[in-house]
Design a protein around this ligand. Structure first.
Ligand SMILES: Cc1cc2nc3c(=O)[nH]c(=O)nc-3n(C[C@H](O)[C@H](O)[C@H](O)COP(=O)(O)O)c2cc1C
Length: 343
């Protein structure tokens, strides 16, 4: 089919059969120990059968204290591996590529029950999170604690590939811990992890290098980057597109397998079709051949096709549209075939 949406693409070691990716959507379906349940498996089976070329499975916390919600899935210990194997098996059976997102929430704690006595979440600085609805005053990380956190991401990534994932996506957006480091709104550190963007991005780069170092070249290591703290239609504040262009360029130089675009402290919920198109294009412009994924408000075949044809991105991500209709990719394929015959 001549429609660019159905053209294959190489993403690091992975051969993707088309340009449609399932974006990570947290399901809050884990057991209280962070294991997948029948509900988690059911959702992932539908995604595996949906016709997407790659599924980025919802964010998994690298440590129990790095959860944003109590029912978040965990990759914090080896015991999760056999349970996770059941999940990846669904993708293998359906010939669908799969990676998992790894995350630490830092100060973005969203379930009140998590705020038990004598515990405070960690963050770059002792500042309240701009998007957290609970009253949470985080404990600022000591410089020497940061390398331990870096190791937690790498260990979680190693577990992910042992469980059968084709790689990982590092969550560096939506104001979670890495996003907290990237943004001057939540990072006022005076050490080498705070100050200009070179310092604020240090934590992300260390995580990336540690993960890359533990995985082989046969595995994907990707980054989901929060490009700015404001949505495209808002007054810029905090983390800027210029900052993120520099970060993306560095990641490309470090041979990241793809960069997935979203917002940082502004979150992911915008208006209209393909609302992060300008952010994706800004990043695509500076990363050369590194594949870029654009997600956000894509519900129509025409939007997906236009984004790809304009060169704003190499892949499109579907979040809510795919969960509302698991047949959407098959329907788009059928429609593209019809369009071709009618020419
Ligand atoms: C309920 C819900 C959970 C989400 N969970 C995640 C997540 O685990 N990781 C992530 O990076 N983004 C997450 N997102 C953001 C989506 O991946 C996506 O960027 C966003 O929904 C916009 O795309 P869409 O309009 O296609 O849904 C979540 C969004 C929603 C609505």
């Amino acid at each position: 089919m001549s429609n660019v949406l159905w053209q294959p693409i190489e993403v690091g070691p992975m051969e993707l059969k088309n340009r449609v990716v399932s974006a990570p959507i947290a399901t809050n379906t884990s057991t209280k120990d962070g294991l997948p349940t029948a509900d988690t498996l059911d959702i992932n089976e539908k995604l595996a059968e949906s016709g997407v070329a790659l599924s980025i499975v919802e964010h998994h916390a690298v440590h129990k204290d790095g959860r944003t919600r109590l029912r978040q899935l965990l990759l914090d210990r080896d015991e999760v591996i056999p349970y996770q194997q059941k999940l990846t098996e669904l993708y293998h059976t359906n010939g669908c590529n799969v990676v998992v997102q790894i995350n630490h929430a830092g100060s973005l704690v969203q379930d009140e029950e998590m705020m038990v006595e004598d515990w405070a979440p960690v963050a770059p600085s002792a500042l309240r999170h701009p998007r957290c609805s609970l009253y949470v005053m985080p404990r600022p990380l000591k410089t020497e604690e940061i390398s331990h956190l870096v190791e937690l991401y790498a260990e979680a990534a190693a577990r992910a590939v042992r469980a059968g994932y084709g790689g990982v996506e590092i969550h560096a957006c939506h104001g979670y811990l890495i996003g907290q480091f990237l943004s001057p709104l939540t990072n006022q550190r005076k050490d080498r992890y705070g100050g200009d963007i070179k310092n604020r991005a240090r934590f992300l780069f260390e995580v990336y290098e540690a993960v890359r170092g533990l995985l082989s070249d046969e595995h994907v290591v990707a980054v989901r980057l929060g490009v700015a703290d404001s949505m495209p239609n808002e007054e810029p504040r905090g983390l800027t597109i210029e900052d993120s262009k520099w970060v993306a360029k560095e990641l490309a130089a470090m041979e990241v397998d793809f960069i997935d675009i979203s917002g940082n402290h502004c979150g992911y919920d915008g208006e209209g079709e393909g609302y992060f198109a300008d952010y994706a294009l800004a990043i695509k412009d500076v990363v050369g051949d590194t594949p870029v994924v654009c997600t956000g408000g894509i519900t129509k075949l025409s939007t997906a096709r236009t984004l790809l044809e304009k060169g704003s991105c190499d892949l499109v991500g579907l979040g809510r549209a795919l969960r509302r209709n698991y047949k959407i990719v098959r329907e788009w394929e059928a429609k593209s075939r019809e369009d071709l015959h009618q020419r």
